[in-house]
Structures are given as C-alpha cells and as structure tokens.
Write a protein that binds this ligand. Structure first.
Ligand code: ARG
Length: 463
C-alpha cells in the first residue's frame, strides 16, 4: 500500500490524537481476522449490489466498488496486499485499500452497514464452511473406523467397566461405539446450521437503518435462509460461536477418549495393540522407547478446546447489549479451536490407519478375570428356573471357588461346578466359550456378530 492522504484511521476527523501504538499493536485484530477476507469481500459485493438494486447508490459507483473489491481479493490471495495494524481489522484494511484503488467513491461502500453486522456476516459464513470441513473430516474418520471394525467383527477382547474385565466383546463392536460418537458429532455441527443461516447484514450498528435496504436479498445471495429478526440481539449474539465451540469440545472429548483407550491398550501392561513406527516417537535418553506421543497430543489438545469454550462463555457473561470490543476475541478463539480440531481429526485418522490389534493378546486378556461369569448366571436362569439374583449368588460362589484354586472359570470341571449347582450338565461348559459369549448378545445394539455387521452396513450407506 503506497503513501497517501488516506493512510490514517477513518475517525481522525473526530479523534485528533494518535491512538497509542502499544494499543494499535495489541488491540488490532488484523493478524487474526485477515482470515475472513474472502467472506468480507463477497459480503461487500452483495451489499453494494443490493444498494444499487434499491437505488441507494448508482450503477457506476456499484461497478467501481465491485471492480476494486475484485482487485483487492486478487492482491490478498497472491500475498500482495499490505495489511496495516493502524486500520485495526480486515474490514477497515479493505475499505482503506478501496479508497486507494477507486478513489472517493469508495466512501459509498459503508452505507447502511456497520462493522458490527459486517463482521458477524463474514464470521457466520466462515463457521458454516468450517463446520462442513469438519464434517468431511469426521466422515473420513468414520470410514476408516468402519473399515477396521469390519475386519474385526470376530476379534474378541475384554469389554471393561472400571477398567476391569467385565464381559467379552467384539473389537468391531467396540470401534463401532466410536462411530456412534463421531456420527453424533456430525449431527451436532449440522444442528448449529440453523442459526448460521440467519443473516446479520443490514442491522447496521445496532438499530437497523433508515435506508430502504432489502435484507432478504442480501441474505439469500449470501447463502443464508433469512435475515436475523432483532437488530440489537443480532450484534450482541455470539450463541452460534458458543454452539460451535461446544460442538468442537464434545468432538475433542471423543477424540481424547479413544486416544486414552489406545494409550492404555498400547501400554506394556496391556499390549493388545501395536502402533506402527509412523505414529510413535522416541526418547532422548532411553533407546528402547516407542512412545504414543500422537495419542497423548490428541488427549491433551481437548484441554485447549474446552478452555476456548470457557473463554468465550466468560467473555459473554454479564456483557450488556450490544457491541463491545470484548467480542473481537471470538475470532481468535474460534480459529484456534477449529485448527486444533481439524488437525486432531486428521491425526487420529492417521493413527487408526497405523495400528494393529493383536488378536491373540486380546483373546488372552479376555480369558482372564472370570469374564464369563454373567454368561453363567444367565445360563442358570434360563436352564434351571431360578431367579437372576439366585443365579448371581451361585455364580459368585463358583467364582470365589475358582479364584481360591487359582483357576479361570473354563478350567473348572463339571464336578467342581456341580458342588454349587448339582443339576448342571456338561452343556454348561459351552457358556465359557468366548465366541459363544459374544455371539449370544443378540439383543438390539448388542455385540453379537450379526448385529455388528448390520450396523456397519447401515453406517457405510449413511456416510
Ligand atoms: N474487528 C471488530 C470485531 O471483530 C469489528 C467490529 C468493530 N466494531 C466496533 N464498533 N468497534 O469485533
């Protein structure tokens, strides 16, 4: 940007002294909101087209402004635009440059709008496409997870409660639990679209405007469904930001949970999965180490994402209506959160492509901890006409006996079992088979092989 008389803030007629340079540096948001340049230019073009349609500006002025904005877009995309902190933000930087390119007629661009509705319009458009991008990454992640689940329908592992062996499950079923979570994440981002489809442009600073503008027109042209309904609420509202941040937080929490599971499974105590060298790092002192840093990174990042949600909630708490500078931080918070989430989704996908379940070790672990005890209790109910509570007590007695004699349930002989329930026949022994155990859970949503296959097919079609 060359030197010219416009190389000053827009308000210098009113404010004579120079603003403190420290504040200019620290309070300016240009380094952050320049990311909105495309949205800002698109919205400005539609705005001036509307002004022309409504006979508020002339054809000639509209064309000049559209030409200038096009030029600016090219300059920015080619890295030829000089951003200036003195002009605070992307809106003023673009307006200033427009004056340089087309001259005084640039002054018409800000008719019937303010930066307050301008920034919200840009931001909503940005969050809309960011949400779509996140959902694309969620789709990718779900597809990867489905593939691994499909290959592991018959892989048996212990299902845990309290991190203690609970009942045997299919590893495929376990993975499908995460598909459910990621699918809910996707729906959550889609649900937020409703508020992202209400267009703020035209509410001006806070009151609306006396110009005869057509807000329906700008809304539709910018891909919104309707204009917002209350001018004061519009410039004060950051609920759509909170919704986005909350959705990111829940999604990060899911990422963090699977990361933590994989860290546990990969630990030397469990060793039921193996991470390939692509997704581990070494130690500077211990030559033998292969550490699951990628997963730890993912687990840790959820902390930042939650923190960002709380930053925004705190900024909004007790803030009177309507616009205050406090709100400017929303962009930094959202951009940072978005970047963390998108990268986390990509990294998790990479980890999933680069790990292997150790089927044998999973099975071995599943054979410990009297994992078929519930199957035995169920068997007693079904075959010996006793209540579940009685069956539970008899099974607990059998478990105590096995533990005392350092045996697993499937090491027990029929004679030993009969000491507790004399009516038992050799048929009971099949309940200790883990394959039977897993495949017997045929209730809807249970871990039976056929159920899992059906769910996988359902999601393959859905995604
Ligand atoms: N950069 C500002 C922000 O993001 C734009 C709105 C400025 N409005 C104002 N009245 N100072 O919040």
């Amino acid at each position: 940007m060359g030197k010219n008389k416009n190389n000053k803030a827009i308000w210098t007629t009113r404010i004579k002294g120079n603003s403190s340079s420290l504040f200019q540096r620290f309070g300016s948001s240009i380094n952050i909101d320049k990311r909105l340049y495309k949205e800002d230019i698109t919205a400005s073009i539609i705005h001036v087209e509307m002004l022309f349609k409504q006979k508020i500006i002339s054809f000639k002025i509209k064309n000049k402004i559209v030409y200038g904005l096009g030029k600016i877009e090219k300059e920015i995309s080619k890295n030829k635009f000089q951003f200036n902190q003195r002009y605070e933000d992307i809106h003023m930087n673009i307006e200033k440059r427009l004056f340089e390119i087309i001259g005084e007629e640039a002054g018409y661009i800000h008719t019937a709008r303010s930066r307050n509705d301008q920034v919200l319009t840009d931001f909503k458009i940005w969050i809309r496409s960011a949400s779509k991008e996140i959902n694309k990454n969620l789709n990718k992640l779900m597809k990867t997870t489905l593939k691994i689940a499909d290959k592991n329908i018959k892989t048996i592992m212990p299902g845990f409660t309290h991190l203690k062996n609970a009942q045997a499950v299919s590893f495929g079923h376990y993975l499908m639990a995460y598909v459910e979570m990621f699918y809910r994440d996707k729906k959550r981002f889609l649900n937020n679209m409703n508020s992202l489809y209400e267009c703020p442009l035209g509410v001006s600073a806070l009151t609306g405007t006396s110009f005869n503008i057509d807000r329906e027109y700008t809304a539709k042209k910018l891909g919104f469904k309707n204009p917002t309904k209350n001018s004061i609420d519009t410039v004060s509202d950051r609920d759509f930001v909170l919704d986005f941040l909350y959705n990111c937080s829940v999604c990060s929490m899911h990422i963090s949970r699977i990361a933590e599971e994989m860290i546990i499974w990969n630990s030397d105590g469990y060793k039921i999965i193996k991470l390939s060298d692509k997704v581990v790092t070494g130690s500077s002192i211990m030559p033998q180490k292969k550490n699951p840093d990628h997963l730890e990174f993912l687990r840790g990042k959820s902390g930042q994402v939650y923190g960002n949600l709380f930053s925004m909630l705190t900024i909004l708490k007790g803030l009177p209506l309507s616009y205050f500078k406090d709100l400017q931080d929303d962009k930094e918070i959202v951009f940072r959160t978005n970047d963390i989430l998108v990268n986390s989704l990509k990294i998790l996908n990479e980890v999933l492509i680069n790990f292997h379940p150790d089927h044998k070790k999973m099975l071995k672990l599943a054979k410990t901890g009297f994992i078929t005890a519930t199957d035995l209790a169920d068997y007693l109910v079904k075959n010996h006409s006793i209540s579940f509570r009685d069956a539970y007590k008899k099974t607990a007695t059998i478990v105590n006996y096995a533990e005392k004699n350092k045996k697993e349930l499937d090491d027990l002989t029929l004679q030993e079992l009969r000491k507790v329930e004399p009516k038992l026949t050799s048929e009971v022994l099949k309940v200790f088979n883990l394959n039977n155990s897993v495949n017997s859970k045929k209730s809807y949503g249970g871990t039976a092989f056929y159920n899992i296959k059906k769910m996988i097919r359902k999601y393959q079609k859905l995604i």
